[in-house]
Design a protein around this ligand. Sequence first.
Ligand code: ADP
Ligand code: MG
Length: 581
Amino acid sequence: MARIRKLSDFVANQIAAGEVVERPASIVKELIENSLDAGAHLIKISVDQGGVKRIAVQDDGVGIPADDLRLAVSRFATSKITRAEDLDGVHTMGFRGEALASVASVARLAITSSVSARGAGAILAIEGGTETRFAPAAHPVGTTVSVEDLFFNTPARRKFLKSERTEFGHVNDVVRRLGLAYGDVGFELIRGDRNVERLPAKRGFTMRVENLLGPDFLTQSKPVDAKTDGMHLHGWVGLPTYTRSQSRHQYFFVNGRSVKDLLVGHAVRQAYRDVMFHGRYPVFVLYLDLDPENIDVNVHPTKHEIRFRESRRVHDFVFGSLNRLLSDSRPGKDLAPTSVTLHKSGYSTRGGYQNPMSLSQLVADIKPAVVGLGTHGVSAQNNQSGEIPPLGYALAQLHGIYVLSQNAEGLVVVDMHAAHERITYEKLKADHSAQALARQRLLVPVACDVTPVEADLVEEQAQALSDFGLIIERSGVNSIVIREVPALLADSDIENMVLDLLGELSEVGTSDVIKAKAEELLANMACHASVRANRRLSIPEMNALLREMEITPNAGQCNHGRPTFMVQSLSEFDQLFLRGQ
Ligand code: ADP
Ligand code: MG
């Protein structure tokens, strides 16, 4: 082995660049952060060929004195911290003093800057770590950094770059994230010669969010504003009905830094878990502000991850605040304009959940006073307290899919499958967590063929399955017999439900994980049990469904986050028919 030697600065910088400079977007991020640290009000970013050919970031910040330019690009040179203790309370985006030096080692870098209004600035150019130019240059107060031919001297790394479109996509994402974090700073993103993003300065966060996520997001979301000792969470969470198939539209900022933090990510997902499933992603913009002493951003050079000093408390605060907000979407709440209140309609006062109830039982359970009212006008239907329930009284069924009902406001249209699914799920969940899931013995046990792995699972996880209300026995190498099922699901397609469940369990594995995923598994079971389209419901059955929805948490959405009902008010109809105009 060779003798130990100290690496040259150039090699050290290239190694550091391996961490900091992954792709054009990482350079854009470092440069914009420098501009923000310099107090810029307007930042213009232009990129050619996804940033591989050229990146230029121009700002109107404080600028760099000509005498400091060389220092700015040398390693570990920073104006932002001086002592190790400063690391405990970093208020700036940068502090490592590595970015410019790293970029200078893997691309052609030029910095033009001025600190005086008379334009007496300077330019410093460096190629592959070697200075090629240092001269006076005119520039308004502020700085322009340009980076050309990324990885020109490290072809191996160049190979890892993706298509121009992909790289530009990452650049755009960086600009959007920083744009959301700094709502008052102006940003312009120029691709080639096209202006693709123009975010005006000083219009505030709401405008910025509207600019970046579209006006729909604001109407389809709930504002968040929660405070606790030393922490403030604010922003917007999209309603569970406003989802995307990708997680890209999720923004979380901690003290102005966009983070992809596992801990907070988990807290947010948990909060949505009850109201959304199956490959849909919520949209949100959330800001968490807390004392800088309570976080450590120095975990990773790109600072995407941070460490919280009291991680459990942060997690619970985020989860708690969002969970309250999101589960608060029962029908009565969202039908705010009417004076109708929940739980006052005579028959819905039994409160809490009753044990097993299939749709038919559900109907039998309803007090006679209500049954049969559906065919009359609303005025005739008012119960003792004189109030029309939030979801009104059923009028008819449309194409075997929707229940039409009349409430004080106008017409309610309910997706009966979605609604029934939600009701069943909430009952299963409540019973499961109370360990009181009632089972029903099948008159004719159901035999089915499974894979040997699934049959093993039936043996190994007998306890977990019985917690889910299922008594299943193995009857051969690859066959099982289902003997008991949750009473709530007795009418459903049992074979397929169990096969689906086993399929999922074999992926999930251990008992611990099964416990953790219990609600998701229950949701899938509920899906199998719910009324399918084209099932004829009688008016009392429909009314039963409506009343059941009114007392079910989260009844506004099915388990997949789709809405379960909508209301069309009389005045909306009047408008449609141009009445009174
Ligand atoms: P860091 O941001 O961690 O300090 P950098 O390598 O990114 O390290 O920048 C080094 C120094 O150069 C900064 O501390 C700052 O003093 C100066 N600098 C870089 N970019 C700008 C800019 N756009 N405006 C003013 N000063 C800048
Ligand atoms: Mg920096």
